[in-house]
Design a protein around this ligand. Structure first.
Ligand code: AP5
Length: 214
C-alpha cells in the first residue's frame, strides 16, 4: 500500500502518517525529517536544504526527488510506505508516478487533511519537536508526559526554526501556490480522499482507517 499525505504545513500529516505506519507496519517517510536529520548532522545536503527551509521555501525538486527515490528503493519499502511531505510540486508527483509505473505500481491513496489557514497558525505555535528523534508533540492537543521532554527518547523538545509565525505564513503561501495543485492531480488519478483535519487527532485517524479499510 503506497499512501501520500497531502495538506498544508501543520495540517497533521506527520501525526497521522506515524499512526498509519504503526498500524499497518510500513515505513513513514518524511522528506522534512530527512532534511532536518541532515541539518542536525551538518551534512552537505543539510547545509543546502537549510538555506531554503529557514525561509519557508521549498528545497529544489532535483535534490528532493533524488533523495526520495533512494529512500523508497530500500528493502523495507517492499510492502509499501506512507509519504509525508512528498510530493510537494507537480513535477515531483510526475516523477513519482513514472518511477512507480516502471515497477507496475501506483499511489493507492492520496489523503488530503483539510485544515483552514487560521487553525494552522494557532497550531504551529504550540508544536514542539524532539531535537534528537524528530517526534512531534503539541503543548495542548498532544502533550508529552513530562513537559519539554520527548516520550520516545528522553531528549529536549523545541519549537522548530520554521514554526515562527512569519515563516509559517510564507510556508502557507508556498503551499497554496505549489502544493495545493496536487489535490487536483490525485483527484484526476482517482485516488484522492479528503478528511476533516480540524477534528481531534484520534478521530481524524479513525476516518483515515475507514478510508483505507473500505
Ligand atoms: P515538513 O517537515 O514536511 O513540513 P510541512 O509540510 O510544512 O509539515 P509540518 O511537518 O510542518 O506539519 P504536518 O502536516 O506534518 O503537521 P504535524 O503532524 O506536525 O517540511 C519542512 C520543510 O522542508 C519545507 O518547508 C521545505 O522547505 C522542505 N521540504 C520538505 N519536503 C519537501 C519536498 N518534497 N520538496 C521541497 N521541499 C521540501 O502537526 C502539526 C501540529 O499540530 C503538531 O503539534 C500536532 O501535535 C498538532 N496536531 C496534529 N493533528 C492535530 C489535530 N487533529 N488537532 C489538534 N492538533 C493537531
Amino acid at each position: 500500500m503506497i499512501i501520500v499525505m497531502l495538506g498544508a504545513p501543520g495540517a497533521g500529516k506527520g501525526t497521522q502518517a506515524e499512526m498509519i505506519a504503526a498500524k499497518y507496519q510500513i515505513p513513514h517517510i518524511s522528506t522534512g525529517d530527512i532534511f532536518r536529520y541532515n541539518i542536525k548532522n551538518n551534512t552537505d545536503l543539510g547545509k543546502e536544504a537549510k538555506k531554503y527551509m529557514d525561509e519557508g521555501k521549498l528545497v529544489p525538486d532535483e535534490l528532493t526527488v533524488r533523495l526520495l527515490l533512494d529512500r523508497v528503493a530500500k528493502d523495507d519499502c517492499r510492502n509499501g510506505y506512507v509519504l509525508d511531505g512528498f510530493p510537494r510540486t507537480i513535477p515531483q508527483a510526475e516523477v513519482l508516478t513514472s518511477e512507480l509505473e516502471k515497477n507496475g505500481a501506483k499511489v493507492d491513496y492520496a489523503i488530503d487533511i483539510e485544515v483552514p489557514d487560521e487553525n494552522i497558525i494557532r497550531r504551529m505555535s504550540g508544536r514542539r519537536a524532539c531535537v534528537n528523534c524528530g517526534a512531534t508533540y503539541h503543548i495542548v492537543y498532544a502533550a508529552p508526559k513530562v513537559e519539554g521532554i520527548c516520550d520516545k527518547c528522553g531528549s529536549k523538545l523545541v519549537l522548530r526554526d520554521d514554526d515562527k509565525p512569519e515563516t509559517v505564513k510564507k510556508r502557507l503561501d508556498v503551499y497554496h501556490e505549489q502544493t495545493q495543485p496536487l489535490i487536483d492531480y490525485y483527484k484526476k488519478a482517482g485516488v484522492l480522499k479528503s478528511v476533516d483535519g480540524t477534528k481531534d487527532l484520534h478521530d481524524v485517524f479513525a476516518d483515515i482507517v475507514t478510508i483505507l479499510e473500505d
